[in-house]
Design a protein around this ligand. Sequence first.
Ligand code: PBG
Ligand code: ZN
Length: 328
Amino acid sequence: MRYPEYRPRRLRKNEKLRGMIQETELSVRHLVYPMFVKEMTEKKVPVPSMPDVYQFSIEGLLKEIEEVVDLGIPAILLFGIPAQKDETGTGAYAEKGIVQEATRRIKKLFGEDILVITDVCMCEYTSHGHCGIIRDGYVDNDETIKRLAEIALSHIKAGADMVAPSDMMDGRVRFIRQMLDINSYYNIPIMSYAAKYASCLYNPFRDAAESAPQFGDRRSYQMDVPNQKEALREIGLDIDEGADIIMVKPALFFLDIIALAKDRFNIPIAAYSVSGEYAMIKHTSAKGYIDYKRAVVELATGIKRAGADIIITYFAKDLASWLKENSL
Ligand code: PBG
Ligand code: ZN
């Protein structure tokens, strides 16, 4: 069938017709809101590179989560910034660490009303800012994954609902799964950052999380931007090791990876629309060059259309409120 018998424009004539054939729909149930909690006295401190994003004290965080819950957002992804950093990032698995304390307080106050997913990594806790233990100037894989398993366990003991390892060490999903299972936490899911690229889009996050590497970069552990097949290998490995949800990160410049993963694997896929994606839209729309709401909705829709089930985004609150008032 072709023109003139077939005319695709027939079904684009008005909003009702367009609605009837809409293929992709956003829902608040699939959103995850990343949040930063810091050991400090101020209630909240703005992050200049990320307008409307804050570092919160535990008190400030609890207040903010009230809003998140009211909006119907099901989950937060929690990052911690400790008061003290050290060479081996011991704050990351301290029983009274910032994420552990915050998680206990959130769970006490909100219970089942919010899922707490904790970031499992070392870069916020190490003085050198790398995601693991340094030996001879190199991030030592096997030493690091032991600590990552300790970190994950400490988060779950504090009441976290899910852990999300973001370090990109080899074998860490297996180590974490074993550690949780030995401790009878066999029902705790792991969302693994399976295909995480060494992207330029993380810079604003590193301001927010105070986690910039103090020497070198993360290319010896995060993936090389030009590679696609390697992402599928990474995802396959994490699934074999026991990941329950796999993540592609960033989202915007890596939609091909999301689409391929969707096609290739039968497992829920999360896409992390990262700080640089957020900053691009925030700053450009503030200048009036693009429409804020349309850009945010188009980005989220594109990620969903590519095949993501879960969208981790700093826009979650705005998206949720537009969905709530039915004004997308
Ligand atoms: C670090 C980590 C990063 C992000 C989440 N966890 C950045 C990095 O690798 O330096 C990025 C999130 C974002 O940019 O929004 N383990
Ligand atoms: Zn890290």
